[in-house]
Structures are given as C-alpha cells and as structure tokens.
Design a protein around this ligand. Structure first.
Ligand SMILES: *Cc1c(COP(=O)(O)O)cnc(C)c1O
Length: 410
C-alpha cells in the first residue's frame, strides 16, 4: 500500500488546530491520552488568572470574574462533546472522587440491591473505589462483581444496583456499545455509570440519546486541561431531584454563604461540588476547551481512525515490527483513539522511543500504548514514528541498559 502522506496533511480539515498547541520541537507526541499537550490559550489564561485576576482583584475575583460559577460554566462547555444538554455536567475533583460520589448516590437510589457489576481489567481506580465503599458500608450494601467482558450481559440481573463500565478500555482501547449496554442494564432496573476518561474529546458521544444515568470523565487527557486538571460528572436531569451525594461539602450547599449548620444540597449538578475548586486548574481547562469550539467531533473521529489505520498499514511494511502484537481491536469501529501492542521488552522499547523523540507510554505488564490526538498530530508524524520504531527494533537499540531502568511514572 502506498500513501501520499503530504497530500493527507494538505487535505486535513483539522490541520489548523495544531497551531493552537505549544509543542516541543523534534517530538512526536503519542501520549495525549495520558496527558494532553499544552494549548497556547491555557498558558495565556493561567497567566491572566494568576497575575491579574488573583494578583489585582484578590478575593473580589470570585464575583468579578465569576470564579464561583466556573464548575458549571466549564461543565456546560464540555456538555456538547458528550451529546448532553446544558445543566447536567459539573467540573470538579478527580474521576476517583467523582466515582465515589456517583456510586454512593446510585446505591442509595437502589434500595434492596447491593451489587455493582464491572469488568475485569477495568481501570484500577474504578474497581478500588467500589472496594473502598464495600469496606465502609459492608457487602450487604455494596458488593463488587467484576466479570470478564464476555460475561457482562449475563451478570446483569435483579440484584444488581449499578453497572459501572469504562467506555474505552485504557489498556486495549476497545469501545463498549454504550447504547446497547445501557438499555440492557436499565431493562433490569440497573443504574449505569460510564467512565469516559479515554472517550471525551476523542470519540463522539451521545449520553442523552443513550439515556445514560451518570458518567465521569477526565480533564487532562484528550481535553488537554493540564496535569491533574479537574474531572467532571454528568448526571441526567431526570435524576437531579433524587441525588444524595455522600461528600456533602459546603460548595455543594444550596447557599454556601449562609454558613448554616445544616447541609441542604444545591439544586441540580452543583450539589456534586464538595470543597473549593482550584481556579487556576479550572481556568487552564476552560481555555483548553475553546480549541474544541469549532471542531466537529465526527471529523476528529474520522482522522483518529485514519491515523491509527495508517500506523497499522505502515507497520506491515517492516518485518522487524512483526513481534509487536496488536492488543487493540483490529476493527477501527470498536477501537478508541489508541493502539496497544504487547512485547516482552515493551518497557525498554517505550524508553528507546522516548529517547528518539517519539513519546508513547508503557502499561504493565507488557504493553506499549500509542495515543492519537487528531487535533495536533499530522499524518507525517505517524510515518516518521514508524520509521523511528523500525530503526529501534531493527537494531535492537532498546537493549541498551539506559532504556531498562524503571521510573516511577510509566
Ligand atoms: C485516567 C483514568 C482515570 C483517572 O482517575 P483520576 O482519579 O482522575 O486520577 C480514571 N479512570 C480511567 C478509565 C482512566 O483512564
């Protein structure tokens, strides 16, 4: 197969988006699914918030610059990326904390049911949060049942309170059928929580149309909000009157500045707030989302598929790459914006790639994971990444001892 790479870049409808990011020279960044690149607007906004809003306006900035409303205004900026009407998304805390809030909320809505069904190989924090709630409440109230993917359908019965799944698997990139699984669960009276960490900003979503109950998602992956950017919660409007979230902090109170002794939840998704939001982090995410303002998510998806298919197609041209075994679905229709390959020397290969200016990541035990962010990757970057990978594999450069020392963050 031959590719006219230059032509693909020239005709790319998203080509101009790359200009909105501050990217280091001589680096091909294939890890935007772990930490999105820096949008130039975020750097400028953080400077503005720190130097002018905080520096000059001090405490009055909470009103003057509507800091107090940011969790909801930024939530409403994310909503269109989720296929969600306004008023259902709030930006707050981390996914882990938000899962805790949603899991307890959902369990409280399901008297007589105690089981949380999830999937083996789900992102660890998702399973850990259920385990923590189980330890706190006892298994009478909360019991985790994590099953192999192919047993999910059969695990959904009348004892199940909640189905909690990650839409795009972090390791393999496999996409679950959100509509089908949501309906299947709801037919049995089960509430559904979707983790959209590897979906938001990468694949088109239709939470409202799929009748999803609750969801969480990440600010620092494909949304490019910066390291540790706040996460978000989606709660369908039909549930707002029944929500009783366990982390009943003052920022989720109906009237925080009444300083009442008694908790009374705010209306709507605001009640999912707990403490004071980090305004600097929120501002970085707010500005990062402006990159998506004129972007069609279907165009993002189309390019994502083309980038991954190009990678796979070019890989086939190199015999030295045959030992890298695809662990992602071969069918792009059920694959998120990533490609994962297993190899016994995955860690060292990953380090050697980084040493040569190509940045993927390593996921234990043996996966090299490449993330594809259509907003700032060019087709020519993919061709170059494959050439570098082929050089590394052909000459076994990854065997160098300097590529075999484990760092804390992989
Ligand atoms: C990245 C990721 C998280 C991150 O959770 P935090 O608590 O925000 O650190 C959670 N779930 C999945 C599926 C992820 O990929």
């Amino acid at each position: 197969m031959t590719h006219n790479i230059e032509q693909l870049d020239r005709l790319d409808p998203l080509a101009a988006c790359r200009e909105q990011f501050a990217l280091p020279e001589n680096t091909i960044y294939l890890d935007g699914n772990s930490l999105g690149a820096l949008p130039k607007a975020s750097a400028a906004r953080v400077h503005e918030v720190v130097s002018h809003q905080w520096g000059n306006d001090l405490i009055s900035a909470w009103n003057k610059h509507s800091w107090i409303e940011l969790p909801l205004t930024v939530g409403d900026k994310i909503a269109p990326l989720l296929g969600a009407a306004a008023g259902q998304v709030v930006v707050t805390d981390s996914i882990s904390i938000n899962l805790y809030k949603l899991l307890v909320t959902a369990l409280n809505m399901q008297p007589g049911r105690n089981t949380v069904v999830s999937e083996q190989g789900n992102f660890p924090t998702d399973l850990y949060m259920v385990q923590g709630i189980e330890a706190l409440l006892g298994s009478q109230r909360c019991e985790l049942n994590s099953v192999p993917t192919e047993e999910l359908d059969d695990a959904l019965d009348e004892n199940v309170a909640v189905l909690m799944l990650t839409h795009v698997n972090f390791r393999s990139g496999r996409i679950h059928d959100m509509q089908r699984l949501t309906r299947l669960a709801q037919d049995k009276g089960i509430l559904v929580i979707w983790d959209l960490a590897h979906s938001t900003g990468a694949v088109p979503l239709n939470l409202d149309a799929c009748n999803v109950d609750f969801a969480v998602g990440c600010g620092y992956k494909y949304l490019n909000g910066g390291p540790g950017a706040p996460a978000f919660i989606y709660a369908a409007a039909r549930h707002h009157a029944q929500i009783k979230q366990p982390l009943s902090g003052w920022m989720g109170h109906a009237n925080p500045f009444a300083f009442s002794d008694n908790y009374e939840p705010a209306a709507g998704v605001r009640q999912f707030l707990t403490g004071t939001p980090s305004i600097i982090a929120m501002a970085a995410l707010d500005a990062a989302l402006d990159v998506f303002a004129d972007v069609d998510m279907q165009a993002v998806r189309n390019k994502s598929i083309e980038l991954t298919e190009l990678f796979l197609s070019l890989k086939k041209d190199h015999a030295c790459l045959f030992d890298l075994t695809l662990q992602s679905p071969a069918d792009p229709a059920v694959r998120g914006s990533q490609l994962s390959f297993s190899h016994p020397d995955a860690y060292a290969i990953c380090q050697a790639l980084i040493g040569h200016g190509v940045i993927p990541d390593f996921r234990a035990p043996d996966i090299v994971r490449f993330g594809f962010t259509p907003l700032y990757l060019r087709y020519s970057d993919i061709a170059q990444a494959i050439d570098i990978l082929a050089t590394i594999m052909d000459h076994a450069l990854y065997r160098d001892s300097k590529y075999n020392q484990r760092a804390t963050v992989t």
